[in-house]
Design a protein around this ligand. Structure first.
Ligand code: SF4
Length: 276
């Protein structure tokens, strides 16, 4: 016989399901509850820790404990099923719709526009940056300022057009003063990025700068230790290079960035324009 849940229990369950959904977990299975377990739950002696969807509901403070602690970076989620190329634009739109007029983290306060992502939903190459700057915040598109112009040049140097790649950021709202996103902000917003990666399923991902590399790899390491090699995440190849904004400040590093992009080109089987 189906058990009726009281309103507090229902609300707590909904909160938990929304939290999992925000992490990109969308499939839930409810197992039958035995009469014996129901009796245990009624008496408060049920094995709560063994039941992922037990009918025993934690208090708000326990719900809080489900969130990743501030010092811990989330690891990349399991690889989801592949979305057929023809359905990827619609799948990305579903994620955008879920984000809505988001107020999930503090960055919503100062933003003008959410910068979701831009480019070919079935791109073989995807770039991930840190977060929108002033130009991006005004236009609602990633990498449209001076750093974006440089990124366009980098893409062209690889023999590609901007519209052939996909571009997104770790956080979708502009951090005040272009500061690095806080742990809480990255932890709240990055699950949407992971879902975008799952949909686009690029052959090669390029992390632009330390923040993108940190959130994609789930480790905090100096950029120098991450560059120059191929990392495997989410069923794709990840290359780490400098953020274009950093290259604008220190153009001497462009040569190093080009070496990183050549690794990406090798993985994609691309040759620089004019060298076919
Ligand atoms: S940064 Fe992401 S999680 Fe935070 S308010 Fe913007 S869209 Fe929402």
């Amino acid at each position: 016989m189906a058990q009726q849940l009281d309103s507090a229990t229902r609300e707590a369950l909904l909160t938990r399901v929304r939290f999992y959904r925000d992490l990109g977990l969308t499939d839930f299975y409810r197992r039958d509850v035995s009469a014996e377990l129901l009796a245990q739950l009624s008496s408060g002696t049920g094995p709560d820790s063994e039941a992922p969807f037990s009918t025993t509901i934690s208090s708000p403070s326990q719900e809080e404990n489900l969130k990743p602690p501030r010092t811990q970076l989330p690891t990349a989620p399991e690889i989801a099923a592949i979305v057929p190329a023809a359905g990827r634009a619609a799948a990305l739109q579903i994620i955008r719709d879920e984000i809505g007029d988001c107020t999930r983290c503090a960055l919503h306060v100062g933003r003008n526009k959410i910068v979701f992502g831009d480019g070919d939903p079935a791109a073989r190459l995807m770039f991930v940056g840190e977060g929108p700057g002033a130009d991006e915040d005004a236009q609602g598109l990633p990498f449209v300022g001076k750093a974006g112009q440089l990124l366009n040049n980098m893409i062209a140097a690889m023999g590609l057009k901007r519209e052939e790649v996909y571009i997104a950021n770790v956080v979708k709202c502009r951090p005040p003063g272009n500061r690095v996103p806080e742990q809480e902000e990255g932890a709240t917003c990055s699950p949407f990025l992971f879902r975008q990666i799952d949909v686009v399923r690029p052959q090669v991902l390029v992390a632009l700068g330390a923040t993108a590399a940190t959130w994609l790899l789930g480790v905090r390491q100096p950029l120098a230790g991450l560059r120059g090699r191929v990392h495997a995440i989410l069923g794709t190849q990840l290359i780490v290079t400098y953020h274009p904004a950093y290259l604008l400040r220190d153009p001497r590093q462009k040569k190093e960035a080009w070496a990183d992009l050549q690794i990406a080109m090798r993985e994609l089987g691309l040759k620089p324009p004019g060298k076919e």
